[in-house]
Design a protein around this ligand. Structure first.
Ligand code: 9MR
Length: 516
């Protein structure tokens, strides 16, 4: 029996109202063109739409004359967000002088390509023209509501959702100082939402921020604010989680659980500005982490019915904001600077349920086939360390580049520190080439709220070859105890045997094992 369980999902999901128009159009287009042939690859948006979500990208006016760029933007994505052209400094550079020309180019593009638009953004401390900050305090509210009224009225019918207020919190969850906060205190947020609703009662109204993707002080503040606004009857439909991630900072803590708590308030959530940057130069380990982060974001969104969609903050490294803002960092997007697909794209497609790549790589004899063997090297299942021993064997007919391979071992964290140390104690490959880290599961399951992820910096595994034993070890930074007895990937066997509760991925695609 094959143990392979490729990432297929057939979950029935409710179709968020936000999607209805665009999806109907997408379906109509598909039907008009006749049934897709096997050779045709579904687009990112088609894959997401099949699961009741949209898949979108940011864009910007100077990029649109780039024909190759615009072609992919128009075909692959079902939603777009203007990166700059609906911001206050562009739309009302002087008081009462509105200019929607650039934003109109974006909404026109969307209409021509059957895409929905997220409007970004009505109220933000940044990219704010100087005249707003120079106003006497008692005029700021009127200036703000005038701005919202004019812009949201102009785009009524063309913008499906607005980031009404952007980036209102500091990292510790206190309110960020801005001309609006200084003039009105936090009430400016409710006032802004009410003004947006009055101008466009059909648009979905969002609060949007970064570092609110996982559980933490900043998302706690957003949660408290959302709860209070809803209790006061303020029109709020959703929370935007920007998701500007970086491989060197780890994956947000419990993203799915965080999304679920907002959904439980009756709110939608959206991933609004996803990218995953790294320190340059890129290497196989960073690229593997990036692919995994992108897939984990998709997994979290797919698992939460009220997560309506994902927007990448532009789809190509060619037009990324990252290198200008974080010197020495970049390579954050799904396509490279030449608009060529990167491994992260395959990872997103796989997470969305794509059946790319021909034959099932898990079937013996086909390329990319690996299996995992495991033994516990731990004499105690209740002490402060977990000690998995792993071996990978290439059961296929061609060599596998180890830099494409990642392995996951799932365990439960129990109480204690949420931070970990991981170790490679011995490997015939040399521990220097073995990477290891602990990450929170995007979809925590029984005995599986965290996993140890193992990767390889280099090397190749010939057909029939084994990596030999890789002795791994992990502990919490407070050295508190585990109870491994219920851990998803744990077993008590002390000799190596096939382990179907350990997952092996090649290029982000599950080739061995059953995920929890
Ligand atoms: O992508 C935008 C970039 O072109 C601008 O120079 C930058 C200026 O602040 O804003 C970028 O978009 C930001 C977004 O509006 C809000 N979240 C963070 C984004 C990246 O900086």
């Amino acid at each position: 029996m094959s143990l392979v369980n490729r990432r297929r999902r057939s979950r029935a999901v409710g179709l968020p109202a936000l999607l209805a128009g665009a999806l109907a159009l997408a379906l109509a287009t598909t039907l008009a063109g006749g049934p897709a042939t096997a050779a045709q690859q579904s687009t990112l948006h088609e894959l997401a739409a099949a699961q009741g979500k949209y898949f979108g990208s940011a864009t910007d006016n100077p990029e649109l004359p780039d024909a190759a760029y615009a072609a992919t933007l128009g075909s692959e994505f079902g939603q777009i967000t203007p990166g700059n052209s609906m911001k206050w400094d562009t739309t009302e550079p002087a008081r009462g002088q509105f200019n929607f020309a650039k934003g109109d180019v974006i909404t026109d593009f969307a209409q021509q390509h059957g895409q929905i638009v997220r409007g970004h953004t009505l109220v933000w401390h940044s990219q704010l023209p100087g005249w707003v900050g120079a106003l006497p305090s008692d005029q700021v509210e009127t200036a703000m509501t005038d701005h919202i009224t004019a812009e949201a009225t102009h785009y009524r019918g063309a913008v499906a959702a607005w980031d009404v207020v952007n980036e209102m919190f500091n990292e510790d969850g206190t309110y960020r100082t801005s001309p609006f906060y200084t003039a009105m205190g936090k009430d400016y947020i409710a006032t802004a939402l009410r003004a947006a609703h009055a101008a466009d009662p059909d648009a979905k109204l969002y609060l949007n921020d970064y570092n609110v993707e996982g559980l933490g002080a900043k998302s706690d503040a957003m949660y408290a604010l959302a709860k209070e606004l809803l209790a006061d009857g303020v029109p709020l439909d959703g929370i935007g989680m920007q998701a500007h991630l970086a491989v060197q900072y780890g994956f947000p803590y419990r993203m799915q659980a965080n999304m679920e708590r907002f959904a439980a308030l009756g709110l939608d959530v959206a991933v609004t500005e996803l990218d995953v940057r790294m320190q340059l130069p890129a290497d196989a380990t960073k690229v593997a982490s990036q692919s995994s982060y992108y897939a984990q974001v998709v997994d979290a969104c797919l698992a939460v019915r009220r997560c309506v969609g994902i927007t990448v903050w532009d789809y190509t490294d060619k037009y990324s904001w990252v290198p200008d803002t974080f010197p020495g960092e970049g390579a954050a997007n799904l396509y490279d600077e030449n608009l060529q697909p990167k491994p992260a794209l395959a990872s997103v497609r796989a997470a969305l349920g794509a059946e790319d790549g021909g034959g099932d790589p898990g079937e013996p004899g086909e390329p990319g086939t690996l299996k995992a063997l495991y033994r516990s090297s731990d004499s105690s299942a209740t002490d402060n360390q977990i000690k998995p021993g792993l071996q990978l064997v290439n059961t296929g007919g061609t060599a596998v580049a180890l830099s494409d391979v990642t392995v996951r071992y799932w365990f439960s964290s129990e109480s204690g520190a949420a931070t970990y140390r991981t170790w490679c104690d011995w490997s015939p490959l040399g521990c220097g080439t073995v990477t290891h880290r602990v990450a929170a599961a995007g979809t925590p399951a029984a005995g599986a709220d965290h996993y140890l992820e193992v990767g390889f910096g280099s090397g190749s595994l010939a057909p029939g070859a084994s990596t030999g034993e890789i002795q791994l070890r992990l502990n919490k930074t407070d050295w508190s105890n585990f109870d491994e007895s219920d851990d998803y990937s744990h077993s008590t066997g002390t000799t190596y045997s096939d382990a179907d509760r350990i997952a092996v991925y090649v290029g982000g695609e599950l080739v061995w094992g059953v995920e929890p």
